[in-house]
Design a protein around this ligand. Sequence first.
Ligand SMILES: [Cu+2]
Ligand SMILES: [Zn+2]
Length: 182
Amino acid sequence: MKGSGGHAAAMRSAAAVVLAVGFAGGNGSPASPSEMPSLTVDIHATDSGMRLGSVLVEDTADGARFTPSLSGLTAGEHGFHVHENPDCGMAGQNAGGHYDPANTGRHEGPDGNGHLGDLPRLAVDGGGGATVPVVARRVRVSDVVGRSLMVHAGGDNYSDMPARLGGGGARVACGVIPATAS
Ligand SMILES: [Cu+2]
Ligand SMILES: [Zn+2]
């Protein structure tokens, strides 16, 4: 029976919180905190501008999950990052650098402590399609809204050595991440 009084008190204060939130919310705002935020990013080739598909970004308990539905890429692994600016122009150069809100200046991949935008490599099958989701454990959807998503020509060794930024080279496909999630 120990603690039952505390439980009752907790129930009362929880009820008070619900009441307070109800008043604060006023009439109308359809907040549904049980649903994880998500958004969809349309991806285009940076050279031709052709639409290659999209990437669904969702929060999960393990971090942000990026689920690609892409075609028209080259087979193999590709560097895949969140870049700073919501602009894919100039062959992707307008997107700026890897998103790095903590100003680490380091490319260390998804399990490092460098750029927050360092996502796991994107796997592309022999037919040029990408459908395998990746999860970036340090990232939340709210971190990446209003940025851009980039696919590089080459892979990513999650290091600045021997080549900077994982060595992925050219920016072949890009999409602007919407400014708000739903
Ligand atoms: Cu990149
Ligand atoms: Zn990086």
